[in-house]
Design a protein around this ligand. Structure first.
Ligand code: SF4
Ligand code: SF4
Length: 446
């Protein structure tokens, strides 16, 4: 990535500025996409030294990619910021708690033990409320933090010995034959009668914290007569990538690619019920390898590119390659109304926004909130710890939009958004509950 040349293509039109997540809450040109691009170029030219002041500025970007979607020159500011974070991590190191977290991400068994233990000790400091833990004490000037719950047993351990047991296969078969005559998004090449086989890549938050997402996906696949396999897998590396810990990122990418290759020939697809993990694997693994010092990066990129055609975000796969829409049409209408939040990694990075709405709209009333694709303000580990005030500000604006929609439920195919929105709604007195779209679809199919 040549930052100097990329910055030259910026025509200073400012189209990226008004919708920039950090600029909306911190109106300073230096913390706007146009400002970042100028500062990054000055740094790359050597006219500015990467010091703690610049580190502080570059860490305010939420990496939401909203600016790229607005830019007539298609300038990818977020990836330029990632490059600066790699340089920051090399120069200033990584905080001890982030290092500890990334160590856990690289060591699945220790992570399993640590999260399971936290399940038992968390009630000392947090009160449980459905899919959130609310701190018993005010932990910052912004009030009480709400975090994710900790499952006693991770999804991957719970389904270690999972055996496919299709439910209601006769429904699925009947609908499959009927759907051949309908205008369906399902590809004609998918019309084979033999059950499909898909691997689930679950993502760490659905593995350790919101395990109901994976339970729902298994239920939906069983109803569709699709065989689910739960292979060995590692973290997608998104938290380390956003922090600039490129060594951990490359380690996890290589481990995952080698694991995937072991079962790739046996599956029709690998599906991911998390927007951040899906975008990380489908788009940012290649960026990360390109930005790294990995000696054999071209060979790893070639191996990755052979895997990509079979990788999908879950709602996209279910919408385009299965009979789910037809199955849902035969299912009852539900009482709840839903407002759908577009995770940045789904809509802005992967272009997925119609698919979950279409599936949910079959059984639920959808009420669009204003600025439904405005970033929720999660922003990654640094934003949630050192820059929490900005995450709080961005989340509060989103919580107000959710409340104004009047819907009973807010849904998004992303557990990072879930954690951020639950905290924002809690701190802004918004009573709307969060449900992942797969949970809602599974409920409609019960
Ligand atoms: S990625 Fe998001 S926060 Fe960062 S500059 Fe672009 S719009 Fe602003
Ligand atoms: S929209 Fe693109 S070209 Fe215009 S100021 Fe922003 S980065 Fe530059």
């Amino acid at each position: 990535m040549d930052i100097i040349n990329l910055s030259k293509s910026c025509v200073k039109c400012a189209k990226c500025v008004p919708s920039c997540t950090i600029y909306q809450i911190h109106r300073d040109e230096s913390t706007s996409p146009r400002g970042f691009v100028d500062l990054l170029a000055l740094c790359a030219k050597g006219d500015l030294k990467l010091d703690k002041n610049l580190k502080n500025i570059f860490e305010t970007c939420f990496l939401c990619t909203t600016c790229t979607t607005q830019c007539p020159q298609n300038i990818d500011t977020a990836t330029m910021i990632i490059k600066s974070r790699i340089a920051i991590a090399r120069k200033y190191g990584i905080s001890w708690y982030k290092k500890a977290y990334f160590f856990l991400l690289r060591h699945r068994k220790i992570m399993d033990f640590a999260f399971s233990l936290t399940h038992f000790i968390a009630p000392c400091a947090f009160k449980s409320d459905d899919d959130r833990l609310r701190s018993r004490f005010a932990l910052s000037k912004f009030g009480k933090r709400t975090i994710f719950p900790f499952a006693k047993k991770s999804f991957l351990n719970k389904y270690k010995n999972y055996r496919f047991s299709p439910r209601h296969c006769e429904d699925s078969a009947r609908i499959q034959s009927n759907s051949n005559t309908k205008d369906s998004p399902k590809d004609s090449k998918d019309s084979s009668d033999s059950p499909k086989k898909v691997a689930i890549f679950i993502g760490c938050l659905s593995n350790y914290n919101y395990t109901e997402v994976g339970d729902s996906l298994i239920h939906i696949l069983e109803r569709l007569n699709i065989k689910a396999v739960i292979p060995k897998q590692e973290c997608c590396a998104a938290p380390a990538y956003f922090t600039g810990d490129i060594k951990s990122v490359v380690h996890l990418i290589k481990k995952n690619i080698a694991l995937f290759e072991g079962f790739w020939a046996e599956i029709d697809a690998m599906i991911i019920p998390e927007a951040t993990c899906a975008a990380m694997i489908m788009v940012d693994w290649k960026h990360a390898l390109e930005l790294s010092d990995e000696a054999e990066k071209s060979a790893w990129i070639a191996r990755l590119e052979r895997l990509l055609p079979k990788i999908y975000m879950a709602s996209d796969y279910l919408y385009r390659h299965t009979n789910l829409r037809d199955l849902l049409k035969d299912s009852p209408k539900m009482r709840e109304s839903i407002t759908y939040h577009d995770p940045c990694h789904a809509k802005k990075v992967l272009g997925i926004h119609k698919e979950p709405r279409d599936l949910l709209g079959a059984n639920y009333e959808i009420i669009e909130m204003s600025e439904c694709d405005r970033c929720c303000g999660f922003g990654g580990v640094t934003m949630q710890s050192q820059k929490y005030g900005f995450a709080f500000g961005a989340g509060s604006a989103k919580a107000q939009n959710i409340a104004k929609s009047g819907a009973n439920i807010v849904s998004a195919e992303c557990s990072a958004c879930r954690m951020q929105l639950n905290n924002a709604m809690d701190n802004n007195g918004v009573n709307t509950r969060f449900k992942h779209p797969l949970e809602l679809i599974a409920k409609a199919l019960e």
